[in-house]
Design a protein. Structure first.
Length: 171
């Protein structure tokens, strides 16, 4: 029997949420290969990222589950070259104890809508192939298609890791 689905209020990030966002990401940076970052990001880097996304009118969302931030998602530039300005890359992380409960789907669906509203036409997902396909299943369920694989591009925790590339049209 699966874990029960949770419902969270998905809303725009507020500055007070950044500490919890940092904690969630920090767990993945240290304990998993879901991100190729190897150490938690300091809070000042999260503040800078939030300000940059806000200046670019790109969404940074959180899932608020009864007053606790259960996860977050944001859309950042796919590449810095001007021609890519309508293509974004998603980043989505759920508190480890709450994965598999529907929060990721709520966040990603809201992120797709907010990104389209912000003028994005395509969203790219770069997913570390961890051996657990939960992230690829989530993205596929939200309309992404598999468009490629980069082989052995990351090295973390003593092993080489592929990335799966997925894409979703927002237009």
């Amino acid at each position: 029997m699966g874990r029960p689905t949770l419902s969270a209020a998905v809303r725009k990030l507020e500055p007070a949420d950044l500490g919890r966002v940092s904690e969630i990401f920090g767990w993945y940076a240290v304990n998993s290969v879901a991100t190729f970052e190897e150490a938690p990001r300091p809070l000042n880097e999260w503040r800078a990222l939030s300000a940059t996304l806000d200046e670019m009118s790109l969404p940074f969302l959180v899932a608020d589950q009864d007053g606790v931030i259960a996860g977050y998602a944001y859309a950042g530039p796919w590449r810095r070259k001007r021609a890519y300005r309508h293509t974004v890359e998603d980043s989505i992380f759920i508190s480890p104890e709450l994965t598999g409960r529907g929060i990721g789907r709520q966040l990603l669906a809201s992120l797709l809508t907010a990104s389209a509203r912000a003028g994005a036409r395509q969203m790219i997902a770069v997913i570390a192939d961890t051996g657990d396909d939960a992230s690829t299943r989530l993205h596929a369920a939200c309309g992404f298609t598999n468009v490629g694989r980069l082989t052995a591009v990351g090295y973390k925790h003593g092993r080489w890791i592929d990335t799966v590339l997925m894409q979703c049209s927002l237009a």
